[in-house]
Design a protein. Sequence first.
Length: 298
Amino acid sequence: MAINEILLRHTFIINALKKHPLSFEDLQWHLETQGSIYGYKLSISQRTLQRDIKLIRQIFGIEIYFDKAEKNYRISEENYERNEWILDSLHTVAAANLGLNLSTYILPDKKNSKGKEYFIDMLTALKNRKILRLFYKKFTAETWDEYYVEPLILKEFRYRWYLVAYDTKEGIIKTFGLDRIIELDLTDEPVRKYINFDAENFFRDFYGIVTLIGVKPKRIILSFNPVHGKYIKTVPIHHSQKILIDNEEEIRIELTIVPTEDFIMDLLSHGDNVKVINPSNLLIEIKTRLQKALKQYE
């Protein structure tokens, strides 16, 4: 069977189970129907499905399991969310295999994160626990600096990719924007400091890529107008987001987060659609910055 048929089948299986659990018969009917629309034979046997489930777990990190009580197949929501960015790429590749002129039907965002050419070397270093040598130029610097780092994880934020790594010289964890890397070399030197790194726990109390070690998160309350608030409900600002009030006058949310610079910049981007209720020092900070911005137009 051609690789594009396998790719399409995996995509259709994941999409179908993401919507709701299905029995084997219903899943088989779904694949046959979808395949016939695009001229592919995607029917499967129980044996093929088990092989597909194993491959989907190995390649995409998504767990599909059979619920014996309900007699249907289900997808693990936790695994899906953690690997959703991979699936976004999978959907694009799968769409290209449907024989469509994608430019006729899809208008992608022109923003494109730079530095992805370093992905393979970085992933190789992460897998084999090797130190990376970076030549890196900060936005505020006139020249580049050399770093030897232990790679910890790759993280995406606002169309940009970052390498989170342990700086072996300064002895601290830093983030490096891939778009600012001048050159990267994979060394044979093994990592020594961080063998196990809990990325989710490390970034748990923060909004984006900026972290403040030792700073405790604060209870932040924000009030959005009803229309803008609907977007915030659909795409939460942070995993800690809770809805406090949801009526015709406002949508008020609570966050437990460290108010870093990137979080403050995000609040400012909402303009008059949001009002900081608590804490008072964050309210004053936002108010001061808005006043400074207004003065530039006087």
